[in-house]
Design a protein around this ligand. Sequence first.
Ligand code: ACO
Length: 291
Amino acid sequence: MLLGIKAWGYIYFLQVEEGNIPPVPEVTPPPIPEDLKTAIKSGKVRAPTHIISTISDDRGEEPCYAGVPMSTIIERGYGVGDVISLLWFKRSLPRYCTQFIEICIMLCADHGPCVSGAHNSIVTARAGKDLVSSLVSGLLTIGPRFGGAIDDAARYFKDAYDRGLTPYEFVEGMKKKGIRVPGIGHRIKSRDNRDKRVQLLQKYAHTHFPSVKYMEYAVQVETYTLSKANNLVMNVDGAIGSLFLDLLSGSGMFSKQEIDEIVEIGYLNGLFVLARSIGLIGHTFDQKRLK
Ligand code: ACO
């Protein structure tokens, strides 16, 4: 190739010399841009920002969660609820709110081996797979039939309450659209066999929350759905969804716009995902232990 180019160059030179072809003017090649690494090193440029993160920072002496240093978190005796409020909501919430978050986590951590998530994790662990595979195979079942209706419950209850719909209008409107009311219904629980978790959450909120208007609305909805079928009780997703609306609107810590964004993005299924991970990990260890 090199020889070829050289040979062509020589032929071209002879042809120009003999006046057979006009000489082509020399072209100054464009300058080669400076190498990015060298330019960054010399301080002339900085790499563009690819990702912006606003919840934590580890550039200083110690990592910070939403601006709160790790040592403060430990010195002030913060709990998991406080850490969630800092990393998810980017603010320190009052103790009754962080305790409510912790109660949600504790109550949803496990529910026996038969539910879809635990079942999947157990089967995966027994098939000899590792912890992460067993955990995610369980997590992947979280959805409308298992623990994944909290966000939708919050969305629909909020919309119905804010629009002033009666429970009758709301439930019948959903029926017309062919959508099951999220947060209502249970395979086993019924009017005479209530879900203890729902009762515990409601009791806590009645004692500590300044307002439980969304939960009271969800209870009215439940009263109406129970008039249709015995198992159409408020389930734990409905309780967390409606009570979190009360937490957001009653705590005075969130603007209306922020509440709308939280509900629209869908933060609340995260509570169930986080909580149930505890149980799914436990089931995985249990199966490994049982060999
Ligand atoms: N709203 C309106 N009607 C309902 C609802 C509801 N939320 N749930 C059940 N129904 C109706 C069904 O349409 C069905 O009526 P049909 O026989 O006339 O068609 C009847 O009740 C029985 O339905 P099933 O599917 O047999 O009810 P199942 O007990 O299996 O379902 C479930 C339980 C999955 C929770 C269901 O009630 C549901 O989809 N709820 C809405 C989503 C939800 O809240 N999921 C939370 C899951 S987490 C947890 O269970 C704690």
